[in-house]
Design a protein around this ligand. Sequence first.
Ligand code: SF4
Ligand code: SF4
Ligand code: SF4
Length: 220
Amino acid sequence: MQTTRRLTQETLIAQIDALLPQTQCRQCGYDGCKPYATAIANSEADINQCPPGGDAGIHALAALLQRPYQPLNLAHGVTKPKAVAVIDEATCIGCTLCISACPVDAILGAAKFMHTVISQECTGCELCLPPCPVDCISMHTVTGRELAMNTEEATLARRRHEQRNQRQALEKHHKAQTYHKPATAHTDHAAAETTNTNAEALKKAAIAAAMARVKAQKAG
Ligand code: SF4
Ligand code: SF4
Ligand code: SF4
């Protein structure tokens, strides 16, 4: 009975999440689209807190949940057209702070090297702007686009955000094992090594994939 209820709730969260734009911008007051979907499903949040989703998004949520339509709560921001971040590579000092802030791993670079944004993967969330110490990131509006995301972009952004969350969880787990719980037995060492290898492999795969995407972007 409890399993059925949990499944129903998970289904509802997934249905709500499917209607959210996936910029992962946190303007709704939650740590991304899925947490906001969860809060709506739990009746802890209103349906009008997502500026990137716009009026159409609120209507879609109202229809799904059979709740009355409410205009966008402007305390959360205003709906803007699609925009992507562009880094002034001549000014960038390679501090990597923007990489840490990007919720969908759309920024490529390494410490002390200039950074660049993979524009097809940028959701326009603007989360990389505040951390940049030299203000060398600017948002460029994409002409002919009223909303931040279309369906294909939302699907890609959801996947990339989930992958990033998984990688960060793995890295956190590894750090916790390394610094707070020193391995004493052989098995602990082996487990720590495996986690380390997995985290490194994921990181390397993410960098290789990003470089391939940039290459493809430049070729296209
Ligand atoms: S797009 Fe931004 S405001 Fe809308 S649900 Fe996702 S994180 Fe929240
Ligand atoms: S590059 Fe900046 S604006 Fe684009 S998705 Fe990443 S953090 Fe958001
Ligand atoms: S935060 Fe700014 S200076 Fe630092 S790497 Fe990113 S773009 Fe370059």
